[in-house]
Design a binder for this molecule. Structure first.
Ligand code: PHE
Length: 511
């Protein structure tokens, strides 16, 4: 079948045929005064017809830095010093005077003197009471270094691989004098295949095809004679740098969808919480170390929080003092309401799930109840590669009759599986409010480690009885780290990376 090409492609083929060696794509585009993308699209047409293509090559280029450019314009320090003498027709000059006559700073002045000597142009003469520079030549032709520098007059970038051996020596000297910049770029070299080299232009049929219809074509009616080039929908489009949703928000939405698909409802609670819901209702004794200032941010304003109904406060108080109705002996100390009224930034969203249990009691609800929350918590903690002082927990509870630890493991494993992580382990753990308790870890391939994700367990009777939840109805609970999961999801090794917002990462992870 006869090969059909657009006129522009035939023109480019002609140029490539005339030049026997390879062509650098960016140079050809400049030479033909066409867009680089237009050229590469034409090359793509040649490739599809097995006539040509391109090879990518990494090239190193060198150019002058600021100081180098200054010398290109004004001359190297040695040349500048020499000019001072030559302009005044001198063959010698006192060093001190020479230094005064130049704009060079002290360091460059001595570099200049040292090179004058190296070039064999002059010597330093030191006699008692005098210190001079003495020229010992009559002609001072351009040195190899100066000739090399001149190359940057024509093009500000030179391919390193094209340098002849002599220039390499000069390159090394200039490089040592820190006058150069080195850059790396990918170059595309265009070539013709054997078929492309052999084919005669008159064997090719001109395709009356355009990629764009212009206003001129419309007004002259010429558009009727052309076909439109079809789009190749398999080719990647240009990167869209539009506003997008932050990767962490996308992740939160993904987690939401998973819990909702499992039949959960989302709940939210206040960030400013009472010690009552954050600690007391969780059967954490009032002298528990986690309540200390170094773990918890207490607030001065508002300083005192409102507690729930008096009888519920009393139920919690009695549980701490003697076990209340829960069957436990309690902690056996005198519970203080004032400590429970303290205001703090919640240290975990388990406070929010307890609020849900309070509502359950108030509304006389019946199980099952399945709720989750994804929300911010605060801890007075030292920030490092795996800890933040402000982070997000994925919290949830299932209130159900005769639910078991197996159900809990099932929900947690199912959640991580839906997130794409199958390697999940549960280990015995301890929390003051659950029995049994489990720690959850997920395997992180990139680090070859198990990453601790959070805790879980079955709420103790001391936690559930004050809210009317009694055996055989039980509450399965968990609190998992969102940022730890994000590390796995986005392949980060440092948790802080997630909130630094490097633009490159945002572009790549957002959608
Ligand atoms: N609140 C615990 C934490 O912040 C996690 C947890 C939630 C543990 C629910 C057990 C039950 O680490």
């Amino acid at each position: 079948m006869k090969i059909k090409l657009r006129k522009q492609v035939i023109d480019i083929l002609k140029v490539l045929k005339e030049k026997k060696s390879e062509y650098i794509a960016s140079e050809l585009a400049k030479e033909l005064d066409i867009d680089y993308i237009v050229l590469m699209s034409a090359i793509n047409d040649l490739k599809e017809n097995d006539l040509g293509g391109f090879k990518e090559k990494e090239v190193f280029q060198i150019s002058l830095n600021k100081e180098g450019e200054l010398y290109l314009n004004k001359g190297l320090p040695e040349r500048q010093l020499l000019e001072i003498l030559l302009n005044d027709d001198l063959t010698e000059k006192n060093m001190e005077d020479l230094q005064k006559a130049t704009n060079l700073d002290k360091k460059l002045f001595y570099i200049g003197i040292s090179n004058i000597k190296k070039n064999g142009w002059g010597v330093e003469s030191k006699a008692p009471g005098e210190h001079k520079l003495l020229l010992i030549k009559e002609e001072f032709p351009q040195t190899a270094m100066e000739l090399f520098l001149k190359k940057f007059e024509k093009s500000d970038k030179i391919d390193y691989s094209d340098l002849p051996e002599d220039d390499l020596i000069q390159f090394n000297i200039l490089n040592k004098r820190k006058l150069l910049k080195k850059t790396r770029k990918t170059q595309r070299n265009l070539f013709l295949t054997e078929k492309g080299k052999k084919i005669k232009l008159n064997e090719i049929e001109m395709l009356k095809q355009v990629s764009k219809i212009t206003p001129e074509m419309l007004s002259s009616g010429a558009w009727k004679d052309y076909d439109l080039k079809p789009f190749d929908v398999t080719k990647p489009g240009p990167l869209l740098k539009a506003g997008k949703i932050h990767p962490m928000v996308n992740l939160i939405n993904e987690i939401r969808e998973i819990f909702i698909s499992l039949g959960f409802t989302e709940i939210r609670g206040p960030i400013i919480e009472s010690a009552f819901f954050n600690f007391d209702a969780l059967f954490q004794p009032q002298d528990h170390p986690a309540r200390e200032l170094h773990d918890t941010f207490y607030l001065n304003n508002p300083k005192i929080s409102k507690l729930p109904e008096k009888d519920r406060v009393k139920a919690v108080k009695e549980t701490h003092e003697n076990g209340g109705t829960s069957g436990s002996l309690g902690w056996g100390y005198k519970w203080e309401e004032s400590i429970a009224k303290k205001t703090l930034l919640r240290t975990h969203t388990t406070a929010t799930t307890i609020r849900r249990l309070a509502q359950y009691y108030k509304n006389n609800e019946i199980p099952p109840i399945k709720v989750f929350s994804i929300d911010r918590v605060f801890r007075n903690e030292k920030v490092d590669k795996s800890h933040l002082a402000e982070f997000t927990q994925i919290e949830g509870i299932v209130v159900g009759e005769r639910v078991t630890l197996c159900d809990l493991i099932g929900v947690i494993k199912e959640f991580y599986k839906k997130m794409g992580f199958e390697k999940v382990v549960t280990r015995p753990g301890f929390f003051p409010y659950t029995e049994p308790s489990m720690e959850i870890s997920v395997y992180y391939d990139k680090l070859g480690e198990w990453l601790e994700m959070g805790g879980s367990g079955i709420f103790r009777p001391e936690v559930t009885y004050p809210w009317g939840i009694e055996n055989p109805t039980r509450v399965l609970a968990w609190g998992l780290g969102l940022e730890r999961l994000a590390m796995l999801k986005f392949g980060r090794e440092d948790i802080r990376d997630l909130y630094i917002n490097p633009i490159k990462w945002l572009r790549q992870e957002s959608y």
